[in-house]
Ligand binder design. Structure first.
Ligand SMILES: Cc1cc2nc3c(=O)[nH]c(=O)nc-3n(C[C@H](O)[C@H](O)[C@H](O)COP(=O)(O)OP(=O)(O)OC[C@H]3O[C@@H](n4cnc5c(N)ncnc54)[C@H](O)[C@@H]3O)c2cc1C
Length: 381
């Protein structure tokens, strides 16, 4: 991969902007947030995210007609690289910017674009993803949350679970069964539901890390306008799968830059503790570095302008590659930085949170099944 002079100019612009702006009230936010630390200084990170938005540094890849920069994939990678290099705080609006936004652009109506995209771009409305249920995780087509039309509204009843950041979200995109008696992917709809209403209850779930990044969400006669359905009523499965392909593909571009940062810091830690002289540790660090190069190349080759929706098997390969890599890095981190290390808390958190990587966005076993059927043409299990 080569950067053109225009790309380098873009890099200089991003770097300069971040240097000039991660100062004053925002200076102390460096390094705040991230996996397992979503609770950290949320309100200040929200303000920072809005500051980014005001300068046009959100939704970079969205087409200009939808308020984005229409940035090329390479430019987005450059942005994320510089963002990580500057140690800028984790963004709070990723679900809206990277999952719902692209889905709405692909499947939404013009009036929905007009209503929902600007507040996502400006980080005035935060989103969460209401897919999983106690009886529908890997087997997502078993969704049992129901919604029925009542006058001008959908009325929603059911329970979602593992809903990341629901406790701070203004809206939720909910996969619900809108055709009574329908089964599997048929009869589901993709609804946009406001969280701030009496029919919605959010209960945090405490995680291994000690923090509560995800939640249970209960819908008891919750309501949303009839118009707030993405795609045709009953056609939600198609839309939901497109969001999943984006989640497994394009949305990880920024994340893998964070991985590089972690690997660099862990390598520095190994030097500091002397572990870097251990041949087995050196071997594992070298392997981790190689793995990251593979992920980077595969990611760039996989996520194109179609945002990874074209070939779900490739998005699944990428998901398996990065989730395993990150989980292994978590294990290596604890080998290098034992309980006596000053950085122990950080590495322990990485170890614990990375256990979730092979689960969320679809578990490894499910990705294997997709690869087996879609890429290898094997019969369905
Ligand atoms: C940190 C985190 C954040 C999350 N955030 C969200 C969110 O914001 N919104 C949301 O909707 N969901 C979210 N999830 C939920 C996530 O998508 C589900 O946990 C995941 O899809 C697995 O579903 P499950 O937990 O019900 O496990 P199950 O489906 O019960 O699976 C249990 C085990 O059985 C295996 N298994 C299941 N079926 C098969 C099969 N057919 N063949 C082989 N093995 C199988 C699985 O691989 C897994 O190992 C999050 C999860 C985590 C960990």
């Amino acid at each position: 991969m080569r950067f053109t002079p225009q790309d380098e100019e873009f890099r200089a612009e991003v770097r300069e902007w971040l240097t000039a702006n991660l100062t004053g009230e925002f200076a102390g936010l460096r390094g705040a947030g991230g996996p397992g630390r979503e609770h950290e200084r949320h309100d200040e990170r929200l303000a920072w995210n809005q500051h980014l938005a005001a300068a046009g540094w959100t939704c970079l890849g969205w087409p200009a007609e939808h308020g984005g920069r229409g940035a090329s994939l390479i430019q987005q990678v450059i942005f994320y690289e510089e963002y990580a290099r500057a140690d800028a705080p984790a963004r709070v609006s990723i679900v809206g910017e990277e999952l719902l936004g692209p889905t709405l652009i692909a499947f939404g109506r013009p009036d929905q674009h007009e209503r929902f995209l600007p507040p996502i771009r400006a980080v005035r409305e935060l989103w969460c993803q209401g897919y999983s249920e106690p009886g529908a995780g890997s087997d997502l087509a078993s969704v049992a949350t129901r919604a029925a039309l009542d006058g001008d509204d959908w009325v929603i009843n059911g329970q979602k679970i593992w809903t990341s950041l629901a406790h701070v979200a203004d809206w939720c995109f909910v996969l619900a069964r809108t055709e009574a008696g329908s089964r599997r992917g048929g009869g589901l709809s993709y609804l946009l539901v406001p969280m701030d209403q009496p029919g919605v209850t959010v209960r945090p779930i405490r995680q291994l890390t000690g923090t509560a990044e995800f939640n249970e969400v209960f819908f008891d006669d919750a309501r949303t306008a009839a118009a707030n359905v993405v795609g045709a009523p009953g056609d939600g499965w198609r839309v939901a799968k497109a969001t999943l392909a984006i989640e497994r593909g394009a949305a990880m571009l920024g994340q893998q830059v964070g991985f590089r940062r972690e690997l660099e810091d862990l390598t520095a830690e190994a030097r500091r503790t002397g572990a870097a002289r251990d041949p087995l540790i050196r071997d594992q660090l070298a392997r981790a570095w190689i793995g990251l190069q593979v992920i980077r190349c595969y990611a760039l080759d996989t996520v194109g302008p179609d945002e990874g929706t074209a070939d779900p098997a490739r998005a699944s390969v990428l998901k398996v590659l990065w989730s395993r890599w990150h989980r292994d890095l978590g294990e290596l981190a604890l080998t290098i930085a034992g309980p006596d290390s000053p950085g122990y808390d950080r590495w322990r958190r990485l170890f614990l949170f990375s256990r979730a990587d092979t689960i969320y966005g679809g578990s490894d076993e499910i990705q294997h099944d997709i690869i087996a059927t879609r890429a290898l043409g094997l019969p369905r299990s």
